[in-house]
Write a protein that binds this ligand. Structure first.
Ligand code: ADP
Length: 266
């Protein structure tokens, strides 16, 4: 707890006195600390690829000046590093957009089955490259929720991309959409989208912090796979905006299921 203590002299009946006031500024301090941590994280994340780029530029201008083979190899690495910076900036922009809009209620009617199909279609090549079997399970009747189609597409894309990225060759990734039954609707339950994988799973100690900005279970592996550490933070904010919930169930060595529950009545 942080207090701001203010002292001052005051005129009182019969003489002068001293006034001391204590003000709890813990929330202000915490917000300030979070902002400082965030700026430090962003700077670090940008500096890593930038340092690599500057190093390779120097080498291309110097020792590799007359070595076409080395030049080609270094240019390939530089393209990867520049791509990493590009993804980070895109994710930062997405995050600031969804954080700023958190109180706005999205109003379009979004057909979730077609969103799931679009996601499957766009990520099928990534799954095939990684040797992953991607499947979908849809209800027979259409399911719509009030929402922002682009943002809900981003939620699905981030979750399915993670499932593909972190599960090894031969794993299965399944997206299933289920309509709430009449009873669960009465209990205020909404539509459920499960993104299930048979990947490595996540140790329970990490689950409470997984949606924090830049939180990673294994930083090295995330970077190697091109992760920015912002994907789940973006997912969480978008779901909050839709007044929904995100549930994570995982067992090490068995797999992970991310469940998005969205209200059907806005
Ligand atoms: P990143 O860009 O690192 O993937 P995210 O915010 O999307 O960032 O995810 C945070 C961390 O959660 C990842 O670094 C990874 O350690 C873990 N993670 C996310 N999805 C999965 C999954 N399906 N299986 C295993 N680990 C996962």
């Amino acid at each position: 707890v942080t207090y701001r203590v203010t002292c001052g002299a005051v005129d009182m009946q019969g003489g002068r006195g001293v006034m001391v006031s204590f003000e709890d500024i813990t929330p202000v301090e915490q917000a300030g600390q979070m902002r400082r941590d965030f700026v430090a994280n962003v700077s670090h994340e940008l500096r890593t690829p930038l340092t690599a780029l500057l190093g390779f530029i120097e080498t291309l201008q110097g020792s590799a000046r007359n070595d076409p083979q080395a030049q080609e190899r270094f240019l390939g690495i530089m393209a990867t590093e520049a791509g990493r910076m590009n993804r980070l900036v895109s994710d930062l922009l997405s995050l600031s957009r969804v954080e700023a809009d958190e109180r706005v209620r999205p109003r379009d009617s979004v057909d979730l089955a077609s969103l799931v199909r679009q996601t499957e279609h766009s990520l099928a090549p990534l799954a095939a490259d990684a040797g992953i079997v991607l499947s979908v399970q849809l209800p027979e009747t259409p399911v719509s929720v009030p929402g922002d189609a682009d943002q809900l597409r981003q939620v699905l894309t981030n979750l399915v991309e993670n499932a593909i990225k972190y599960s090894g060759t031969g794993a299965t990734v399944r997206i299933s959409l289920s309509e709430p039954s009449f009873e669960s609707r009465l209990r205020g339950q909404g539509v459920r989208i499960d993104v299930h994988d048979t990947g490595p799973g996540i140790d329970p100690v990490h689950l409470p912090r997984l949606t924090e900005r830049f939180y990673r279970v294994d930083s090295h592996r995330s970077r190697e796979l091109g992760g920015t550490g912002l994907g789940l933070a973006i997912v969480k904010h978008i779901i909050n905006r839709h007044r929904g919930r995100l549930q994570i169930d995982s067992r090490v060595g068995v797999g992970t299921t991310f469940t998005v529950i969205l209200p059907v009545d806005g």
